[in-house]
Design a protein around this ligand. Structure first.
Ligand code: NCD
Ligand code: ZN
Length: 364
């Protein structure tokens, strides 16, 4: 046996020997928890995996004021399962009339940590979003001054733009000009789905970061039509071609500090998705970490999972990393296929499927 073969054999043995990994407790920097019965149904899944979550403000009506964000935070805290220490980090929904003073008030009072920019009409509950990004100049100037990040759903809203090109068009027409106009503004490009957007993030790091969802790492646009129309794989931004998926896998496992978790877990009733005009959003909260760790394992990058899951995001937001650990086990398990809520059920992404990794013990 030559030396190379020996090394390969030893690496293979090592790999086989890994029956799990333990990492610092992770955070989810993009979560839709909704409200009421749906909040109570989905929160335990996110709280069981993540220590903190950036809570999206696209409720009906949207969370546009400090008072509304504080009240929503209280409802989330009250809905936590007994003993949970999950910490919701709130956001402000930007509209054409958002005032810089309100933004700063919520930030200095530590009610919210970031503001969310939805181009008007871009996605679920985005109709109160921003119609003219340049019109928000005073808001962005204030955010730049106080160091508050803006989290961007980066898709063009012109219906004439092909749905698979909306992210690319937004980056060219809106994101790059915004970055040029506000050189100190901290920006998260959320749920990145294209190779080109990954390059934009890297080129502008560290003041720009990108989140990547679990589902965009394992499905491509063909998956949505595999054997028929699969409404539970439909989200925005819609999954792209295979080469983009491969680039996303490469980016998250690269160790680059500008990428971190943002699951975009987005529960909807099955009846709202299995419809003539089904809504966008994948409920991935119950299988998020299992999917991420599987991807890192498949890419031979388990040693880089902790940076992506537990370090890079906190570093970007200037928050301390979590104490405590979570164990991820190479032990196949399946989640239920759906979760019941009062008036229906929410289908779980990869629910019912034997996933080769499962979540083990959480230590505080
Ligand atoms: C999200 C939702 O349902 O709130 N849907 C989605 O497809 N991702 C909104 C969003 O983040 O776009
Ligand atoms: Zn989202």
């Amino acid at each position: 046996m030559n030396l190379d073969t020996l090394f390969e054999a030893s690496a293979a043995a090592c790999k086989q020997a890994v029956d799990g990994i333990t990492i610092r407790r992770p955070d989810d920097w993009h979560v839709h928890l909704r409200d009421g019965a749906m909040l109570r149904a989905v929160l335990p899944f996110t709280a069981g995996q993540f220590a903190r979550g950036i809570i999206m403000p696209n409720l009906v009506p949207p969370v546009t004021t400090v008072a509304a964000a504080a009240a929503y935070r209280d409802r989330i805290l009250a809905a936590r399962p007994a003993g949970s220490d999950f910490e919701p980090l709130m956001t402000c929904y930007l509209t054409d009339t958002t005032s810089p003073d309100e933004i700063e008030k919520g930030y200095s009072e530590r009610v919210w940590v970031a503001a969310k920019l939805y181009p008007a009409g871009v996605t679920t509950n985005a109709h109160h979003g921003v119609t003219d990004i340049k019109g928000l100049r005073p808001v962005f100037e204030r955010m730049e001054r106080i160091g508050m990040p803006v989290l961007i759903h980066g898709e063009a809203t012109d219906p004439a733009v092909d749905v698979f090109d909306r992210e690319a068009v937004f980056m060219e027409q809106s994101l790059l000009p915004l970055l040029r106009d506000h050189l100190g503004l901290k920006v998260v490009i959320e749920h990145v789905t294209t190779r080109e957007t990954l390059e934009i993030v890297r080129a502008h790091a560290p003041r720009v970061a990108g989140t990547v969802t679990p589902h965009h790492l394992v499905i491509n646009r063909t998956s949505i039509f595999q054997g028929g129309l699969r409404p539970h794989l439909y989200c925005l931004p819609v999954a792209k071609r295979e080469h983009h998926r491969l680039a996303l896998r490469e980016a998250v496992t690269s160790g680059d500090g500008c990428f971190f978790i943002g699951t975009d877990t987005a529960p909807h009733l099955a009846s709202a998705k299995e419809a003539a005009c089904g809504c966008a959003g994948v409920f991935v909260g119950a299988t998020a970490l299992q999917t991420y760790v599987q991807v890192f394992d498949e890419e031979g990058a388990l040693d880089r999972l902790e940076a992506f899951a537990s370090l890079n995001g906190a570093n970007f937001y200037g928050l301390p990393v979590n104490n405590g650990t979570i164990e991820l086990k190479r032990h196949a398990a399946s989640m239920p296929s759906a979760v019941s809520v009062d008036d229906g059920e929410i289908v779980i992404f990869r629910g019912g499927e034997a996933i080769p990794w499962s979540v083990g013990e959480v230590r505080r």
